[in-house]
Each structure stands twice: as structure tokens, then as C-alpha cells.
Write a new protein. Structure first.
Length: 257
């Protein structure tokens, strides 16, 4: 039980801005089940997005105000940790260098040109999609749950993929995790949401689940080929891209289906 409680606090302290007790020792016992609670951070982000949407509808607020805060909410709750991974991965990926050079770029704390370019594109896309979504929020629950799925599958990538050379945080979490238990818990969480989406939204829910699963296996392969494995930055980038894909699906799906 202590490992579960400590794992919860480790996950919350690492992947959110929520203050937790300071006396946790980060060791094999406390990190054993930490990834099991990563989807909890997604539930907080998704719940906050829903509450913000309902408030905007209730007060008849402008769609641009809705879009601006909706874009900011996940960043605020997570402290920007996944955005940091997105930026580092963009710099490394678009350098088109060999694997060793890419891994060096991932370790560099400085922001490069590619990260700035693609961060601007990311924010513009999210703002535009949220603005459009405000006029047709048919799939709002699927969108909220996508924050949970992205983290469940992001955790799965780390514990089921070889860590890249020089990986730090991902390797520490992966090596100390009870991998079989973590995989089972995260797949169950993802499967429950997939089933819910399928029953609640029909074809759209099934299609969205298929996209998530396809992207998960594609991204695992890409990390092995382009980087020689996974690290924390790449896992964070996966979460950001998954959230963007879900937002686009909910936006265009609401307009078409």
C-alpha cells in the first residue's frame, strides 16, 4: 500500500504543479507504480477543460477567450513538462542528424529554431481548433478523456520500449517500474475509455480509438528508428501530439459526423 501511495505522490509531483508532501524518497519502491497514476493528471486536465467549457457556455463568453484558456489549461496543470519534451524532440527530429547527434540535441537545455517554429504552429493549431470546437462541442467528453488516454499510452511507451542512450528520467522510471503491473493498469485504463467512446459515440468513438492505437505503434517504431529508443522528452512529445490529434478529430468530427 505504501508503494501505491508514494507512487501517486511521485507521479503528481513530477507531472503536475500540484504541491505534495516533501518527505517522499524517490527509490524503487516509490517509483514502482508511479506510471499507473499518470492518467490521473490527464483526468485533472480533462475535467478542467470540461468545467471551463460549461462556464463559457453558461456565461456566453467569446469563443476566442474560450480557446485561449483551453489552450493554456493543460500547460498550467502540468507545469509545461510535456511542452518541454515537445520542444526538445522537435529540435532533435528536424535536425535530420544521425542518432548520436539527435541525442546530444535532446540533452541541450537551450531552445533551437525548430522548437520555436513548431511550438508556434502547435499553439496556433490548438487555438484555432478550440475556437472551432466552441461552435460544435458534440464530442466534448471524448476530448476530455483524450487527456487520460494520451498519458496512459505515453506511460506504456516508456515501459515497453528500449530507452535511448543517455536517457535519464525515462530510464529511471522504466527501470524502477513494476512493468507488468504498470502495463496491465495502463492498458485497462485505455481500454475502458476506448469501450466507453465506442458505445457513447458509435463510429466516431471507434475511429478515434483506432487512431490512438495506430499512432501509438507508429510512434514507438519512429523512436526506435530515429533515436534508438525512447526518452522522457519523446514521451512528452507523444502526449502533446496525441492531444492535438484528439482535438482535431473532435473538431472536424463534430462538423462532419
Amino acid at each position: 500500500m505504501k508503494s501505491l501511495i508514494d507512487g501517486f505522490f511521485v507521479s503528481v509531483s513530477m507531472y503536475s504543479i500540484i504541491p505534495v508532501k516533501k518527505n517522499i524518497i524517490w527509490d524503487k519502491n516509490s517509483m514502482k507504480y508511479a506510471f499507473c497514476f499518470l492518467p490521473f493528471i490527464g483526468a485533472l486536465a480533462g475535467g478542467a477543460e470540461l468545467l471551463w467549457l460549461f462556464l463559457c457556455i453558461k456565461l456566453d463568453l467569446d469563443k476566442n477567450l474560450y480557446a485561449a484558456f483551453s489552450t493554456a489549461i493543460p500547460i498550467i496543470i502540468t507545469g509545461g513538462i510535456h511542452i518541454d519534451g515537445f520542444l526538445d524532440t522537435a529540435d532533435a527530429y528536424f535536425s535530420y542528424a544521425d542518432i548520436s547527434k539527435k541525442l546530444e540535441i535532446l540533452k541541450d537545455p537551450h531552445i533551437g529554431a525548430f522548437s520555436l517554429i513548431y511550438y508556434g504552429i502547435l499553439i496556433l493549431c490548438e487555438f484555432g481548433l478550440y475556437s472551432q470546437l466552441y461552435s460544435c462541442f458534440k464530442y466534448k467528453y471524448a476530448l476530455a478523456l483524450s487527456f487520460v488516454i494520451s498519458r496512459a499510452m505515453g506511460g506504456l511507451i516508456v515501459v515497453s520500449t528500449k530507452c535511448a542512450d543517455g536517457s535519464q528520467s525515462a530510464k529511471i522510471f522504466s527501470e524502477n517500474a513494476d512493468k507488468n503491473t504498470v502495463k496491465a493498469v495502463l492498458w485497462i485504463i485505455a481500454a475502458v475509455i476506448f469501450v466507453f467512446n465506442g458505445f457513447y459515440y458509435g463510429f466516431f468513438g471507434v475511429f478515434m480509438s483506432a487512431i490512438f492505437i495506430a499512432f501509438y505503434f507508429y510512434y514507438k517504431k519512429m523512436c526506435r528508428v530515429k533515436f534508438g529508443g525512447i526518452n522522457g522528452d519523446m514521451a512528452g512529445c507523444f502526449i502533446i501530439l496525441s492531444e492535438l490529434a484528439a482535438l482535431a478529430l473532435c473538431c472536424f468530427g463534430g462538423a462532419v459526423i
